[in-house]
Design a protein around this ligand. Structure first.
Ligand code: SAM
Length: 243
């Protein structure tokens, strides 16, 4: 399969550094809070037994990390990793006020060079990150390395929706209106234009599923929401090494 071309790390990191302070506000406005339901589905897929170690790759300001901490049982711990320091600082500020903040821990690092030993996590989740990763194959290879045998990878992301009336409406909103609203609220039109363009130019969800499988995962499944505008990939690391 041809490699999936995403922008270089420094461009993406610089952009998220710039929009971090307004990120939560803009997200709430442009998503109509629909993301809460999809996040719950991702969390239900990754939390399986209680007493788990879960990693949130590209955690941003920690929305998914805190939502998982709220649902987690027993002695579970959720680690949020992001390469943007302003994002990590905002997550740490929220951690102090969050009821389940003591279950969480935030690390500034690249998802392509995560500072953890092999096979330490029971689950890895990631939301709205894949389109921004410069080397997606390495992203999945690192995720595979970090997971214990039998561990689970869960990814939630945006894709161009399937054709039809909804697709037209969506295109109008997401490719035209959203960059203006984001640009206005975050005072950074370029960043929200990039976020919009990155969906249009991204690989199909089937290609992503194929890549996940190529990186060693099994039982790869794909769930579509909102006519395919948002997809949830779930995949397991085999319990036994393939011969
Ligand atoms: C669109 S935001 C999503 C944040 C969060 N997951 C959420 O659901 O709100 C993407 C995040 O991924 C981070 N990111 C992108 N590429 C990364 C990489 N290679 N390593 C670590 N973080 C990365 C960005 O800094 C940004 O905070």
């Amino acid at each position: 399969m041809a490699s999936i071309e995403n922008p270089p790390d420094r461009v993406v990191q610089g952009m998220f550094d710039r929009i971090a302070a307004r990120y939560d506000l803009v997200n709430r406005v442009i998503s109509f809070r629909l993301d809460n339901g999809w996040r719950k589905k991702a969390i239900a897929a990754v939390l399986r037994s209680g007493n788990e170690r879960i990693l949130d790759l590209g955690a941003g300001t920690g929305d998914l990390t805190f939502a998982a901490a709220k649902s987690a049982q027993g002695d579970s711990r959720i680690v949020g990793l992001d390469f943007s320091l302003p994002m990590i600082r905002l997550a740490r500020a929220k951690q102090k006020a969050d009821q389940n903040g003591d279950r969480t821990h935030f690390v500034q690092a690249s998802a392509l060079r995560p500072p953890f030993a092999d096979e330490v996590f029971d689950g890895i989740m990631t939301a709205f990150v894949l389109r921004n990763v410069s080397d997606l194959r390495l992203f999945f290879i690192q995720s595979f390395r970090l997971l214990k045998p039998g561990g689970r990878l869960v990814s939630l992301d945006m894709f161009p929706p399937s054709k039809g009336a909804f697709s037209l409406l969506y295109s109008l909103y997401f490719y035209r209106v959203m960059p203006s609203i984001g640009g206005l609220l975050a005072q950074d039109r370029q960043a929200y234009q990039y976020l919009s363009d990155s969906v249009r130019q991204f690989a199909s969800p089937e290609k992503i599923a194929e890549l996940i499988e190529q990186c060693g995962f099994e039982k790869v499944t794909l769930q579509r929401f909102l006519f395919g505008a948002v997809c949830l990939h779930v995949a397991d690391k085999p319990r036994h090494k393939n011969k």
